[in-house]
Design a protein. Structure first.
Length: 364
Protein backbone atom coordinates (compact mmCIF):
# COMPACT_ATOMS: atom_id res chain seq x y z
CA UNK A 1 0.00 0.00 0.00
CA UNK A 2 1.45 3.38 -0.97
CA UNK A 3 -0.88 6.03 0.47
CA UNK A 4 1.21 8.94 -0.63
CA UNK A 5 0.86 8.00 -4.24
CA UNK A 6 -2.89 7.80 -3.74
CA UNK A 7 -2.86 11.25 -2.18
CA UNK A 8 -1.02 12.56 -5.22
CA UNK A 9 -3.57 10.92 -7.50
CA UNK A 10 -6.37 12.59 -5.56
CA UNK A 11 -4.64 15.95 -5.90
CA UNK A 12 -4.26 15.46 -9.65
CA UNK A 13 -7.90 14.54 -9.99
CA UNK A 14 -8.77 17.73 -8.16
CA UNK A 15 -6.73 19.81 -10.59
CA UNK A 16 -8.50 18.18 -13.51
CA UNK A 17 -11.99 18.84 -12.19
CA UNK A 18 -11.28 22.32 -10.88
CA UNK A 19 -11.14 23.68 -14.42
CA UNK A 20 -8.85 26.29 -15.99
CA UNK A 21 -9.02 28.76 -13.10
CA UNK A 22 -7.14 26.28 -10.93
CA UNK A 23 -4.07 26.57 -13.14
CA UNK A 24 -3.84 30.31 -12.55
CA UNK A 25 -3.71 29.84 -8.77
CA UNK A 26 -0.55 28.36 -7.27
CA UNK A 27 -1.34 25.22 -5.24
CA UNK A 28 -2.13 26.02 -1.63
CA UNK A 29 0.58 25.13 0.87
CA UNK A 30 -0.24 21.73 2.36
CA UNK A 31 -1.52 22.13 5.89
CA UNK A 32 -1.01 18.65 7.28
CA UNK A 33 2.13 16.58 7.63
CA UNK A 34 0.89 13.78 5.41
CA UNK A 35 -0.08 16.15 2.62
CA UNK A 36 3.15 18.09 2.86
CA UNK A 37 5.36 15.00 2.61
CA UNK A 38 7.16 14.29 -0.63
CA UNK A 39 6.00 11.17 -2.50
CA UNK A 40 7.39 7.97 -1.03
CA UNK A 41 7.81 9.25 2.51
CA UNK A 42 5.25 8.08 5.07
CA UNK A 43 4.82 10.29 8.13
CA UNK A 44 3.69 8.30 11.14
CA UNK A 45 2.59 8.43 14.74
CA UNK A 46 2.38 5.87 17.48
CA UNK A 47 -1.21 5.03 18.46
CA UNK A 48 -1.67 5.40 22.21
CA UNK A 49 -3.03 2.51 24.26
CA UNK A 50 -1.87 -0.13 26.74
CA UNK A 51 1.50 0.36 28.44
CA UNK A 52 1.78 3.40 30.67
CA UNK A 53 -1.74 4.47 29.67
CA UNK A 54 -3.19 1.65 31.74
CA UNK A 55 -2.71 3.48 35.01
CA UNK A 56 -3.17 6.97 33.63
CA UNK A 57 -6.30 9.08 33.63
CA UNK A 58 -6.66 8.34 29.90
CA UNK A 59 -7.62 4.66 29.63
CA UNK A 60 -7.62 4.20 25.86
CA UNK A 61 -7.27 7.39 23.84
CA UNK A 62 -7.74 5.54 20.58
CA UNK A 63 -11.27 4.42 21.46
CA UNK A 64 -12.38 7.33 23.62
CA UNK A 65 -10.94 10.53 22.17
CA UNK A 66 -12.44 11.55 18.82
CA UNK A 67 -10.30 14.69 18.31
CA UNK A 68 -7.27 12.44 18.82
CA UNK A 69 -8.50 10.02 16.17
CA UNK A 70 -9.13 12.92 13.81
CA UNK A 71 -5.55 14.14 14.24
CA UNK A 72 -4.20 10.64 13.64
CA UNK A 73 -6.09 10.31 10.37
CA UNK A 74 -5.62 13.82 9.04
CA UNK A 75 -1.96 14.34 9.92
CA UNK A 76 -0.37 10.93 9.37
CA UNK A 77 0.09 8.41 6.57
CA UNK A 78 1.50 5.69 8.85
CA UNK A 79 0.54 4.31 12.27
CA UNK A 80 2.48 2.26 14.81
CA UNK A 81 0.68 0.50 17.67
CA UNK A 82 2.45 1.89 20.74
CA UNK A 83 1.79 -1.29 22.77
CA UNK A 84 -1.09 -3.17 21.19
CA UNK A 85 0.99 -5.68 19.21
CA UNK A 86 3.44 -6.42 22.00
CA UNK A 87 3.43 -9.92 23.45
CA UNK A 88 1.69 -9.10 26.73
CA UNK A 89 -1.26 -7.60 24.86
CA UNK A 90 -1.58 -9.74 21.77
CA UNK A 91 -0.62 -13.08 23.34
CA UNK A 92 -1.75 -12.84 26.99
CA UNK A 93 -1.92 -16.61 27.62
CA UNK A 94 -0.04 -19.42 25.98
CA UNK A 95 -3.07 -20.57 24.04
CA UNK A 96 -4.80 -17.22 23.71
CA UNK A 97 -4.25 -14.39 21.31
CA UNK A 98 -6.12 -11.10 21.67
CA UNK A 99 -6.17 -9.23 18.39
CA UNK A 100 -8.94 -6.80 19.21
CA UNK A 101 -6.90 -3.65 19.80
CA UNK A 102 -4.42 -4.41 17.03
CA UNK A 103 -7.21 -5.15 14.55
CA UNK A 104 -8.83 -1.82 15.39
CA UNK A 105 -5.65 0.01 14.46
CA UNK A 106 -5.04 -1.90 11.24
CA UNK A 107 -8.68 -1.42 10.16
CA UNK A 108 -8.53 2.29 10.98
CA UNK A 109 -5.29 2.62 9.00
CA UNK A 110 -6.82 0.93 5.99
CA UNK A 111 -9.88 3.15 6.07
CA UNK A 112 -7.63 6.18 6.17
CA UNK A 113 -5.14 4.98 3.52
CA UNK A 114 -2.32 4.67 6.04
CA UNK A 115 0.60 2.29 6.31
CA UNK A 116 1.18 0.31 9.51
CA UNK A 117 4.49 -0.43 11.26
CA UNK A 118 4.23 -3.65 13.26
CA UNK A 119 5.92 -3.48 16.66
CA UNK A 120 7.36 -5.90 17.83
CA UNK A 121 8.17 -9.66 17.75
CA UNK A 122 11.41 -10.43 19.61
CA UNK A 123 12.06 -8.16 22.59
CA UNK A 124 13.25 -8.39 26.20
CA UNK A 125 10.42 -6.23 27.56
CA UNK A 126 6.62 -6.35 27.89
CA UNK A 127 6.52 -10.11 27.69
CA UNK A 128 3.72 -11.91 29.57
CA UNK A 129 4.46 -13.71 32.84
CA UNK A 130 3.43 -17.06 31.40
CA UNK A 131 6.34 -16.70 28.98
CA UNK A 132 9.00 -15.14 31.22
CA UNK A 133 8.32 -17.50 34.14
CA UNK A 134 7.14 -20.52 32.21
CA UNK A 135 10.12 -22.81 32.76
CA UNK A 136 10.04 -24.02 29.17
CA UNK A 137 12.65 -26.21 27.51
CA UNK A 138 14.62 -24.61 24.66
CA UNK A 139 12.65 -26.68 22.14
CA UNK A 140 9.36 -25.47 23.58
CA UNK A 141 10.52 -21.84 23.57
CA UNK A 142 11.58 -22.09 19.95
CA UNK A 143 8.18 -23.49 19.01
CA UNK A 144 6.44 -20.77 21.00
CA UNK A 145 8.32 -18.00 19.18
CA UNK A 146 7.83 -19.64 15.79
CA UNK A 147 4.11 -20.04 16.38
CA UNK A 148 3.77 -16.46 17.65
CA UNK A 149 5.54 -14.95 14.66
CA UNK A 150 3.65 -17.09 12.14
CA UNK A 151 0.34 -16.29 13.80
CA UNK A 152 0.76 -12.55 14.32
CA UNK A 153 2.64 -11.71 11.13
CA UNK A 154 0.41 -14.10 9.17
CA UNK A 155 -2.76 -12.49 10.45
CA UNK A 156 -1.78 -9.10 9.04
CA UNK A 157 0.07 -10.36 5.96
CA UNK A 158 -0.08 -7.81 3.16
CA UNK A 159 -1.41 -5.11 5.51
CA UNK A 160 1.75 -4.16 7.38
CA UNK A 161 4.46 -2.28 5.54
CA UNK A 162 7.31 -2.70 8.03
CA UNK A 163 7.81 -5.00 11.02
CA UNK A 164 10.17 -4.35 13.91
CA UNK A 165 11.14 -8.01 14.08
CA UNK A 166 13.91 -7.64 16.64
CA UNK A 167 13.76 -4.75 19.07
CA UNK A 168 16.59 -3.48 21.29
CA UNK A 169 18.74 -6.63 21.18
CA UNK A 170 22.00 -4.83 22.05
CA UNK A 171 22.92 -2.93 25.21
CA UNK A 172 24.66 0.45 25.23
CA UNK A 173 28.07 -1.17 24.85
CA UNK A 174 27.05 -3.05 21.74
CA UNK A 175 26.79 -6.38 23.58
CA UNK A 176 23.88 -8.71 22.86
CA UNK A 177 21.39 -8.76 25.72
CA UNK A 178 22.23 -12.28 26.79
CA UNK A 179 20.72 -11.87 30.26
CA UNK A 180 17.46 -9.96 30.03
CA UNK A 181 16.35 -11.11 26.56
CA UNK A 182 14.71 -14.48 27.15
CA UNK A 183 15.15 -15.60 23.54
CA UNK A 184 18.85 -14.86 23.29
CA UNK A 185 19.53 -16.14 26.81
CA UNK A 186 17.72 -19.44 26.37
CA UNK A 187 18.24 -20.12 22.66
CA UNK A 188 21.45 -18.30 21.72
CA UNK A 189 21.95 -15.53 19.14
CA UNK A 190 21.00 -17.80 16.21
CA UNK A 191 17.34 -17.26 17.18
CA UNK A 192 17.55 -13.73 15.75
CA UNK A 193 18.07 -15.03 12.21
CA UNK A 194 15.25 -17.53 12.70
CA UNK A 195 12.87 -14.76 13.78
CA UNK A 196 13.55 -12.90 10.54
CA UNK A 197 13.14 -16.08 8.47
CA UNK A 198 9.84 -16.95 10.15
CA UNK A 199 8.52 -13.42 9.70
CA UNK A 200 9.47 -13.47 6.04
CA UNK A 201 7.69 -16.79 5.53
CA UNK A 202 4.55 -15.41 7.15
CA UNK A 203 4.55 -12.19 5.09
CA UNK A 204 7.03 -11.98 2.22
CA UNK A 205 5.89 -8.44 1.38
CA UNK A 206 6.64 -6.81 4.75
CA UNK A 207 9.99 -5.06 5.23
CA UNK A 208 11.73 -6.61 8.23
CA UNK A 209 13.64 -4.35 10.62
CA UNK A 210 16.05 -4.15 13.50
CA UNK A 211 14.89 -1.27 15.71
CA UNK A 212 16.62 0.36 18.68
CA UNK A 213 17.18 3.53 20.69
CA UNK A 214 20.58 5.12 21.19
CA UNK A 215 21.63 4.13 17.66
CA UNK A 216 21.13 7.53 16.06
CA UNK A 217 24.84 8.30 16.16
CA UNK A 218 27.77 6.18 15.04
CA UNK A 219 28.66 4.45 18.31
CA UNK A 220 29.29 1.02 19.82
CA UNK A 221 25.63 0.06 19.61
CA UNK A 222 25.02 1.14 16.02
CA UNK A 223 28.36 -0.43 15.04
CA UNK A 224 27.10 -3.71 16.49
CA UNK A 225 23.97 -3.49 14.32
CA UNK A 226 26.08 -2.65 11.31
CA UNK A 227 28.21 -5.75 11.76
CA UNK A 228 25.27 -8.02 12.52
CA UNK A 229 23.13 -6.88 9.58
CA UNK A 230 26.11 -7.16 7.22
CA UNK A 231 26.75 -10.69 8.41
CA UNK A 232 23.11 -11.81 8.35
CA UNK A 233 22.54 -10.44 4.87
CA UNK A 234 25.68 -12.17 3.63
CA UNK A 235 24.11 -15.39 4.94
CA UNK A 236 20.88 -14.66 3.09
CA UNK A 237 18.79 -13.87 6.18
CA UNK A 238 15.89 -11.56 5.18
CA UNK A 239 16.92 -8.52 7.23
CA UNK A 240 15.72 -5.55 5.21
CA UNK A 241 15.77 -2.54 7.46
CA UNK A 242 17.49 -0.71 10.25
CA UNK A 243 15.63 1.92 12.21
CA UNK A 244 16.63 4.46 14.82
CA UNK A 245 13.88 5.11 17.37
CA UNK A 246 15.21 8.61 18.13
CA UNK A 247 14.03 9.19 21.69
CA UNK A 248 16.03 12.39 21.95
CA UNK A 249 16.67 14.61 24.96
CA UNK A 250 17.67 18.26 24.71
CA UNK A 251 20.13 17.65 27.52
CA UNK A 252 22.04 15.03 25.51
CA UNK A 253 22.69 17.19 22.46
CA UNK A 254 21.74 16.30 18.90
CA UNK A 255 23.32 13.22 17.28
CA UNK A 256 25.07 15.19 14.56
CA UNK A 257 26.14 12.16 12.53
CA UNK A 258 22.60 10.76 12.18
CA UNK A 259 22.59 11.16 8.38
CA UNK A 260 25.99 9.51 8.03
CA UNK A 261 24.88 6.67 10.27
CA UNK A 262 21.65 5.97 8.36
CA UNK A 263 23.56 6.29 5.10
CA UNK A 264 25.98 3.51 5.96
CA UNK A 265 23.03 1.15 6.49
CA UNK A 266 21.48 2.33 3.24
CA UNK A 267 24.80 1.53 1.55
CA UNK A 268 24.44 -2.03 2.80
CA UNK A 269 21.19 -2.16 0.83
CA UNK A 270 18.90 -1.66 3.82
CA UNK A 271 15.74 0.35 4.23
CA UNK A 272 16.15 2.91 6.98
CA UNK A 273 13.55 4.67 9.14
CA UNK A 274 12.99 6.94 12.10
CA UNK A 275 10.44 5.09 14.19
CA UNK A 276 9.79 6.68 17.59
CA UNK A 277 10.89 10.29 17.52
CA UNK A 278 10.27 12.50 20.51
CA UNK A 279 12.40 15.21 22.09
CA UNK A 280 12.07 15.47 25.85
CA UNK A 281 13.16 18.39 27.93
CA UNK A 282 13.14 19.53 31.54
CA UNK A 283 10.75 22.46 31.85
CA UNK A 284 11.24 25.14 34.51
CA UNK A 285 9.24 24.87 37.74
CA UNK A 286 6.17 26.41 36.15
CA UNK A 287 5.94 23.24 34.07
CA UNK A 288 5.77 25.22 30.83
CA UNK A 289 8.77 24.94 28.52
CA UNK A 290 10.59 28.18 27.72
CA UNK A 291 10.58 29.72 24.24
CA UNK A 292 14.24 28.71 23.91
CA UNK A 293 13.49 25.11 24.79
CA UNK A 294 10.65 24.96 22.28
CA UNK A 295 12.83 26.47 19.56
CA UNK A 296 15.64 24.03 20.25
CA UNK A 297 13.18 21.15 20.32
CA UNK A 298 11.78 22.28 16.96
CA UNK A 299 15.32 22.28 15.60
CA UNK A 300 15.91 18.68 16.79
CA UNK A 301 12.70 17.52 15.12
CA UNK A 302 13.60 19.27 11.86
CA UNK A 303 17.14 17.93 11.82
CA UNK A 304 15.95 14.38 12.41
CA UNK A 305 13.51 14.70 9.51
CA UNK A 306 16.22 16.24 7.31
CA UNK A 307 18.44 13.24 7.97
CA UNK A 308 15.68 10.91 6.80
CA UNK A 309 14.99 13.08 3.75
CA UNK A 310 18.67 12.96 2.77
CA UNK A 311 18.95 9.18 2.88
CA UNK A 312 17.40 7.61 -0.20
CA UNK A 313 16.17 4.46 1.58
CA UNK A 314 14.42 6.31 4.42
CA UNK A 315 10.72 5.96 3.56
CA UNK A 316 9.16 6.13 7.00
CA UNK A 317 9.38 8.83 9.66
CA UNK A 318 7.34 8.32 12.84
CA UNK A 319 6.82 10.38 15.97
CA UNK A 320 6.18 8.46 19.20
CA UNK A 321 2.73 9.74 19.93
CA UNK A 322 1.01 12.99 20.68
CA UNK A 323 -0.10 15.18 22.33
CA UNK A 324 2.04 15.53 25.48
CA UNK A 325 -0.71 14.17 27.73
CA UNK A 326 -0.46 10.79 25.98
CA UNK A 327 3.33 10.62 25.90
CA UNK A 328 5.23 7.88 27.74
CA UNK A 329 7.95 10.33 28.81
CA UNK A 330 6.72 11.70 32.19
CA UNK A 331 5.90 8.20 33.46
CA UNK A 332 9.52 7.17 32.88
CA UNK A 333 11.32 10.51 33.44
CA UNK A 334 9.18 12.35 36.02
CA UNK A 335 11.15 15.60 35.73
CA UNK A 336 10.85 15.67 31.97
CA UNK A 337 8.10 15.99 29.40
CA UNK A 338 6.65 18.23 26.69
CA UNK A 339 8.32 15.85 24.24
CA UNK A 340 5.74 15.75 21.42
CA UNK A 341 4.78 18.09 18.59
CA UNK A 342 1.35 19.13 19.92
CA UNK A 343 -0.07 20.77 23.01
CA UNK A 344 -2.75 18.87 24.89
CA UNK A 345 -5.55 20.61 22.99
CA UNK A 346 -3.96 19.49 19.71
CA UNK A 347 -2.71 22.94 18.80
CA UNK A 348 0.64 22.88 17.05
CA UNK A 349 3.93 23.50 18.77
CA UNK A 350 6.95 25.08 17.08
CA UNK A 351 8.18 21.49 16.57
CA UNK A 352 5.11 20.72 14.47
CA UNK A 353 5.70 23.77 12.31
CA UNK A 354 9.35 22.90 11.87
CA UNK A 355 8.35 19.50 10.48
CA UNK A 356 5.75 21.02 8.16
CA UNK A 357 8.23 23.61 6.89
CA UNK A 358 10.94 20.99 6.38
CA UNK A 359 8.56 18.83 4.35
CA UNK A 360 7.42 21.80 2.27
CA UNK A 361 11.03 22.75 1.57
CA UNK A 362 11.84 19.18 0.54
CA UNK A 363 9.01 19.18 -1.98
CA UNK A 364 9.82 22.48 -3.61
O1 LIG B 1 5.42 4.11 24.79
C1 LIG B 1 5.44 2.84 25.36
C2 LIG B 1 4.84 2.88 26.75
O2 LIG B 1 3.45 3.14 26.70
C3 LIG B 1 5.09 1.57 27.49
O3 LIG B 1 4.66 1.70 28.83
C4 LIG B 1 6.57 1.24 27.41
C5 LIG B 1 6.91 -0.06 28.12
O4 LIG B 1 8.20 -0.47 27.88
O5 LIG B 1 6.98 1.13 26.06
C6 LIG B 1 6.87 2.35 25.40
O6 LIG B 1 7.34 2.25 24.06
C7 LIG B 1 8.72 1.89 23.90
C8 LIG B 1 8.81 1.13 22.60
O7 LIG B 1 7.93 0.05 22.57
C9 LIG B 1 10.22 0.66 22.32
N1 LIG B 1 11.15 1.75 22.40
C10 LIG B 1 11.08 2.58 23.60
C11 LIG B 1 9.65 3.09 23.79
C12 LIG B 1 9.57 4.07 24.96
O8 LIG B 1 9.88 3.42 26.15
Amino acid sequence: MKPIRLATTAAMALTVFAGPAAHATPPAQADTLRDAAPGGLAIGSAVAGGGHHEDAQYPDPFTSDQPYRDVLSSEFSSLSPENQMKWEYIHPQRDTYDFEAADRIVDFAERNVQEVRGHTLLWHSQNPDWLENGDFTPEQLRDILHEHISTVVGRYAGRIEQWDVANEIFDGNGQLRTQDNIWIRELGPGIIADAFRWAHEADPSAKLFFNDYGVEAINAKSDAYYELTRQLRAEGVPVEGFSAQAHLNLEDGFPADLTRNLQRFADLGLETAITELDVRLTPPESGTPTEEQLAEQADYYARTLQACLRVRTCHSFTVWGLPDKYSWVPSTFPEQGAATIMWDDFTRKPAYHSLLDTLAAARS
